[in-house]
Ligand binder design. Structure first.
Ligand SMILES: [Zn+2]
Ligand SMILES: [Zn+2]
Ligand SMILES: [Zn+2]
Length: 112
């Protein structure tokens, strides 16, 4: 188990991304279920984790070479570098923004 404070040089490139979708982009298209979600810290792609049937976050890395992902699960603040195979802690300001329940309710209200 690697220490959470150990760093790879990719971590300095982390910037805040806006998740492109609320669920795994490919699973949504397939109508497939997923387990947990990961967000690409290069482009905001949302993909499912390796415990999910399709592992779209890993496939996204293989296809694009974007090395860093962050957990998209509520309350989790860790990231992972596919190249260094290492976890790192994300500063709160770099965490992908989740839509709050209030924002979702307001969006529904204004759509009417
Ligand atoms: Zn790295
Ligand atoms: Zn998926
Ligand atoms: Zn990406």
């Amino acid at each position: 188990m690697v220490s959470l404070t150990e760093r790879c040089e990719h971590v300095s490139e982390v910037r805040q991304v806006t998740p492109r979708t609320r669920g795994c982009e490919e699973c949504l298209a397939l109508g497939a279920p997923w387990n947990e979600l990961r967000v690409c810290l290069s482009c905001g792609h949302v993909g499912c984790c390796e415990d999910s049937g399709h592992a779209h976050a890993l496939k996204h890395f293989n296809a694009t070479g974007h090395p860093l992902i962050a957990s998209f699960e509520r309350g989790e603040t860790w990231g992972w570098c596919y190249i260094h195979r290492r976890y790192f802690a994300l500063p709160p300001e770099s965490l992908p923004k989740k839509r709050s329940a209030l924002a979702a309710a307001l969006a529904r209200f204004f759509k009417r």
